[in-house]
Every structure is written in C-alpha cells, then in structure tokens.
Design a protein around this ligand. Structure first.
Ligand code: FES
Length: 481
C-alpha cells in the first residue's frame, strides 16, 4: 500500500512471537496490502512488554505504539497476555496525565492464522494515528507553570495533636522495648520546626519521641532495612498503609514488626510553611495552640494554622488512624467518607493535553535529578536495579533533559501502580516542589476504577492487582480495533 497521505509516521509495534508476529507474516505471505508506517519489534510474549518500552517510544518520537499478542486463553506461556492486559490498560489511562493522547497507544490480540485480521488491525491503527498527525514533542511544549490550589476544605478537623496521649504511647513503647531491636519514630530536629527520624533503643531515647504536625517523615521507609530483626514502628494512618504494603510484598514479616499508633490530626506542608516564614536565620520558639503552631523566627511571630497549611494529602485523608496496629493509644476518630480528587490531580484534570505537556515540561526543567523522590518512597525497593541507575540494560541517559526526567517519573509512577498508598513522601522530599504525587494519584485512580475499587495498603493478605489477573476482566474492554 502506498504511504498514507504522503507522509509516513513512526509507529512502533511490539508483537508476540507466537501469534501476532505469525499473523503479520501470514498477511505478508498472502500479499495483503498494509500501510508501511509500522516498525515491528518481536517479543517472546505480550507479557514481556513492560510499559517502560511504550513510554520510552512515545517520549522519544514515536507517533503511535501498538502491542499485539495471542488471544486471551491462547498465550504460549498460558497467562502472559492476562498480566499484560492489566498493565497496558493502566498505562492507557495514565498517558493523558502527562499530555500524551491515549489514542496513540493500543493493544490487541491477533493469532498466527489471522492474516486478514492483522491487515485490518494495522490499517485501522495507522489510520487512527494519521488522523492524529505527528505526535507533539514534550520538549517543544510551551512551559505552563500553574500551582495546585491546596486550600481544599479538609474532610475533618485538623489539629496539632496537642492533647494526644504521648506519655501513654511512650510507656507502651518502653514496655515492649526489651523484646525489640529498636522502635522507629520521630524526634525534634535541628530546630523547633523540624523533626527527624528517631531509632529508639533505650528508655532515654523513647523520651525523645515527639508527636504532632511536624512528623512528616513516613517511618515505614526505614522498616525494610531491619528485615530479619524484631522492630517496632510508630505510625500515622498513612504510614500504616505503607507498612501493610510492605507486608503484602513480603519485604517484612508480621511477626517481626510491632506497630504503635495514635490517631493523626494532620501534618504541615513544609514547603508552604517555609514560603510563609520567608528567609530566616533562627527559630526562637514554637508552640501549639491546638489548631496550629505559633512560631517565632528571628524575633518575629507567625501563626501556622493547620486549616491553611496542612499537606494536601491530609486534607483528603480518610484514614487518620492506623489501618493495622498492635498498640493503639488514643481514640480512633470516625473515618471520613470517600475522599475528593486530591488537589494536585484536580489541577491536571482541569487542563487539556497541550497544557499538561507544557506543565510537565516546565516542572521537569526544574527537576534536579536528585532522586530524593525515589529515596523517600517506602515502596521503591529495586535498589541497585532501578531503571535510573542500571547500565545493563541502559534505559536512561544521564542527560538532564526533560524527556529523561519525565521518563523516570513516569516509570516511577507506573512501578507504583497498585502499590502506592499516596503517602506523598516523593512530593514532600522534592527540593524544588514538583507536584509529582499527581502521577501516582493518576495510577491509583486507574487501578481503583479498573479493579473493583482496590486501594493499596489496607489488606496485608490481598494480591496487588498488577500481580494477578482475571480471565474475564470486569472493567476491561480491550477489543477496540
Ligand atoms: Fe503470545 Fe503470550 S505467547 S501473548
């Protein structure tokens, strides 16, 4: 077939060796006319197609990507295409959040005998991509910096935990301490408005434990380094969901962890606190009035009200109390009903694809590639095998361009699909304040919509949706071409 509309576009096809590659061959042998835009990469099974392949192609100039495997139930490895179907459907729902039209990516099934179907699939997908035209490049988008409105009304009353029974919690920890290697919590940091992790090994160290809106660090991030040892951990509601996720993935064992909890009244958004305080040299004092902190810096008094400066995740929090505990101190408040769309994601929802490309271009230009987001993530557990560091295969260059940086963020978000509990540590740790939590929130929304309202971090015995499959998926209608 002649080149469509006089211009060949770049379409990458990942075809399973056993069926679709054979189907394409059958079409060729039968001399079926096909558009010439598709460049085929043969893979052993559609289950081998990591979303990383597709994102890399789309960010690096492909105008469309097609994945084709054996029909469901016909996979040569029995279930590779069932796993692929879940991953690829999540990816399809994720792409628009970074400004890529999801119509540029499709997956389907073609058997080796279906030469005619292959011809129809490749023709109709190529026509679709031609109708969309050449893909706009993220690096060509006009930077569009907009800030999320974090002043969303909180679902519940936020406070500073001033009246929380901290002494009772300390007593409970001291009673358990002889059985444990240490207990992870928080202590006062280098000044009165910062806290740092605390690893309690003695009663004196337990006395350093603090509780309040400055306990922003997710203590679960330190848990897996104690694998094989008996440890305790003090958690907020969001931290406890990370503990559950680590249990689900067998990164820690339930018998080895003692969970201490108190109901959380919210934490402060440190970036916004710094913005409010401006440049300062010394913190003279910090006190709580129950609704916020009263802080004196360089002799000047400031009121840091929780209603105004709490983290976005705390405003939408439905589980202020730990979802799994051994020792709960204080009364668990009633869990608020369903959460609204988080502010970071609501901001992206309000934009079109072009604006989103501009938004991420602007944000990625500010990214330092420091990987604080990865290091602060309790669920980032690949260690030496992270795509950002691996040299074999070499997925990313060390160039500081927007494509490399967005590629990393996209992969980070997709690796967390069905695992991210929304603790927001990635965003909090970002030294330049990039709202990267929005990417995780979009994968979480896709997983929730697709897999019966599944939310990570609630059931230690649950199988994360992307590690399983249903032969008949309720919410996936994949036959689009
Ligand atoms: Fe073809 Fe698994 S072998 S999809």
């Amino acid at each position: 077939m002649p080149v469509m509309q006089g211009k060949e576009l770049r379409i990458v096809g990942f075809l399973c060796n056993w069926c679709s590659y054979g189907g394409a061959d059958t079409a060729g042998v039968a001399r079926a006319e096909q558009p010439t835009d598709l460049r085929i990469i043969r893979v052993p099974c559609s289950g081998r197609v990591d979303p990383l392949f597709i994102v890399k192609a789309l960010l690096n100039g492909a105008d469309g990507v097609l994945v084709s495997g054996c029909h469901p139930r016909d996979c040569h490895y029995s279930a590779g295409n069932f796993y692929a179907r879940r991953r690829l459907e999540v990816l399809k729902r994720f792409l628009p959040v970074i400004g890529i039209d999801d119509a540029r990516f499709e997956y389907t099934w073609v058997s080796a005998a279906e030469g005619q179907r292959w011809q129809q699939v490749v023709t109709s997908f190529t026509e679709r991509v031609h109708a969309l035209g050449a893909a706009p490049r993220i690096e060509d988008a006009k930077p569009f910096l907009k800030v999320a409105d974090m002043a969303l009304k909180p679902l519940r009353t936020l406070g500073t935990g001033k009246n929380a029974p901290l002494e009772k919690l300390k007593e409970a920890i001291k009673a358990k301490l002889p059985e444990l290697e240490c207990v992870i919590g928080w202590q006062k940091g280098y000044d009165d408005i910062h806290t740092t992790p605390l690893f309690m090994k003695s009663a004196e160290e337990v006395d350093k434990l603090v509780w309040g809106p400055l306990n922003v660090v997710n203590t679960a991030n330190y848990l897996s380094q104690f694998k094989g040892k008996k440890v305790g951990i003090v958690v907020k509601g969001c931290d406890s969901r990370s503990v559950v996720e680590l249990l689900q993935e067998n990164l820690i064992s339930r018998e080895a962890v003692t969970i201490f909890a108190m109901p959380c009244e919210g934490t402060l958004d440190v970036a916004r606190v710094n913005e409010k305080l401006g440049r300062y040299t010394i913190v003279n004092a910090a006190d709580s009035d129950g609704a916020g902190l009263l802080v004196t810096v360089d002799g000047k008094k400031h009121s840091l009200a929780m209603e105004e400066l709490a983290q976005g995740k705390c405003r939408c929090c439905t589980h202020p109390s730990a979802v799994l505990t051994d020792v709960l101190v204080g009364d668990a408040p009633q869990a608020p009903a369903a959460a609204p769309t988080p502010p970071e994601l609501a901001l992206l929802d309000s934009m079109g694809l072009e604006e989103r490309r501009g938004f991420w271009r602007g944000q990625m230009e500010r990214c330092l590639r420091c990987y604080a987001c990865r290091n602060a993530c309790p669920m980032c557990v690949c260690r030496d095998h992270c795509v950002s560091d691996a040299r074999d295969p070499h997925w990313m260059t060390q160039e500081a361009d927007v494509v490399q940086k967005l590629f990393f963020q996209t992969i980070h978000a997709l690796h967390l699909a069905g695992r991210c509990t929304g603790c927001g540590e990635c965003q909090r740790a970002c030294p330049v304040g990039i709202p990267i939590l929005a990417l995780r929130q979009q994968t979480a929304r896709a997983v929730e919509e697709l897999f019966g309202g599944y939310k990570p971090g609630f059931d230690p015995a649950a199988v994360p949706p992307l590690l399983g499959y249903e032969v008949e998926e309720q919410n996936i209608r994949e036959t689009r071409i």
